[in-house]
Design a protein around this ligand. Structure first.
Ligand SMILES: Cc1cc2nc3c(=O)[nH]c(=O)nc-3n(C[C@H](O)[C@H](O)[C@H](O)COP(=O)(O)OP(=O)(O)OC[C@H]3O[C@@H](n4cnc5c(N)ncnc54)[C@H](O)[C@@H]3O)c2cc1C
Length: 384
């Protein structure tokens, strides 16, 4: 091992890992990131960032750039997939006043590029092709041997290696839980989607066992769609479940707008939806989990990455406090785990609510139609 030992070794260079690296560097800590892929990158789809994340990104000085490459939607709309009727909405323009940060939607690669540039400028050491294998906590530092034989060490190791984390099994004996739902998603040039919603809105069309999300990206030149449905093939125990034929069948009973939109959804890749049960075991010695490695959640609240950004801020705040490393990590877990658990469990319930059928769906719709759009009861705890 020839490298100098940084204060913080981050495993995983996704949104969680890079935000953590940047937060740590800005707090005066030395950082190295190990990313298994040959280059740092994200999938070609959009992401929604709520005020609880944009507040942190604003403090990191990234907000102007994200505003330029993203879109600040005016409303978050819930609509009926069968009729297209709007059920309720949340005005988004006053979120900066209420919660100290805007609601921004942007292309994932634009977010990652902004984080990468800022990490480079802050002196973060960025390794690629570095797939973490064996991890040893010596008591004084943490050592990592990568699968290509390279070795690295850090004062602490922060595992931001995602849903299928290699490091989480050192702390928790569990497996990802498959919801039986699958997502098709992607961003394409705006003109390729004929059935668009208002370009000032993020719209979710909800229906029995399915939903469609639509919003514009990159200064309204791209349009992002996410189509999610419960797979009958999964329920039947088929190995190759959730194919494009299931996608078309799932949305066949939808209104013309939604059916038309589905024809513009890319079919080349699909993402089965997983989460894990909440755990409070985020830390052992000098090793800590963050992001999807700590709290993978279903995407219905659009909070997985936002929670990773909160982790990044909290863990580096604790590490920079001057407390001994293991104690700092314990404080981080105590602060963050209960909140992330609430978001994980609420996300599951949110999905159940969206996907109701029959009389239960009717009761939901009646409640939503009567809701005051300025009622922040269901988001205040999350965004505030
Ligand atoms: C359909 C869908 C829509 C979503 N929409 C939103 C949204 O609108 N808003 C939101 O906040 N969240 C959203 N999410 C959730 C969000 O995408 C994730 O929570 C977030 O990307 C997690 O970031 P992460 O950095 O923790 O993990 P990941 O993004 O999974 O990154 C992990 C990184 O670690 C690397 N890695 C893995 N193993 C190793 C190893 N052994 N060694 C080195 N590197 C390794 C990987 O290559 C990867 O780069 C959505 C998720 C889905 C599925």
């Amino acid at each position: 091992m020839t490298q100098t030992v940084p204060d913080v070794l981050v495993v995983g260079g996704g949104i969680g890992g890079l935000t953590t690296a940047l937060c740590a560097a800005r707090r005066g800590l030395s950082v190295r990131v190990l990313e298994q892929a040959a280059t740092y990158g994200e999938i070609g789809a959009g992401i929604q960032l709520a005020p609880n994340a944009t507040r942190v990104l604003g403090r990191l000085g990234l907000l102007d750039r994200l505003r330029d490459v993203g879109v600040l939607p005016r409303r978050l709309v819930l609509a009926h997939a069968g009729t297209g009727r709007e059920l309720t909405h949340l005005p988004l323009t006053d979120l900066p006043r209420r919660y100290g940060g805007p609601y921004v939607v942007l292309h994932r690669s634009d977010l990652l590029a902004a984080l990468l540039d800022a990490c480079r400028a802050a002196g973060v050491a960025l390794e690629t092709g570095a797939r973490a294998g064996e991890v040893t906590d010596t008591g004084g530092r943490v050592e990592v041997r990568c699968t290509d034989g390279r070795e690295f060490a850090g004062g602490v190791l922060l595992a931001a290696d995602g849903l299928h984390s290699r490091i989480r099994p050192l702390l928790v004996a569990d497996e990802p839980v498959c919801s039986g739902y699958v997502a098709y998603r992607g961003a394409v040039p705006l003109e390729r989607v004929a059935h668009r919603s208002d370009l000032d809105d993020v719209v979710v069309f909800v229906g029995p066992g399915r939903h469609l999300v639509q919003y514009p990206l990159r200064a309204r030149t791209l349009y992002n769609q996410v189509a999610v449905f419960r797979s009958p093939g999964f329920a039947r125990g088929e190995a190759d479940w959730g194919g494009p034929d299931e996608l078309d069948a799932a949305f066949a009973g939808s209104c013309e707008h939604v059916r038309g939109a589905i024809t513009a959804v890319g079919r080349d890749a699909r993402w089965p939806m997983y989460d894990r049960p909440p755990t409070e075991h985020w830390v052992t010695g000098r090793i800590g989990l963050l992001g999807d490695a700590a709290h993978p959640m279903l995407q219905y609240l659009a909070q997985g990455a936002c929670q990773a950004v909160e982790d990044a801020d909290a863990v580096t705040d604790a590490l920079a406090s001057g407390a001994p490393a293991a104690e700092a990590l314990r404080r981080y877990a105590e602060r963050r785990a209960p909140r992330a658990a609430r978001v994980q469990t609420t996300a599951r319930r949110w999905g159940e609510l969206w996907h109701l059928d029959g009389a239960e769906a009717g009761a939901r719709d009646a409640l939503l139609l009567g809701r005051d759009p300025d009622d922040h009861d269901h988001v205040g705890w999350l965004y505030g």
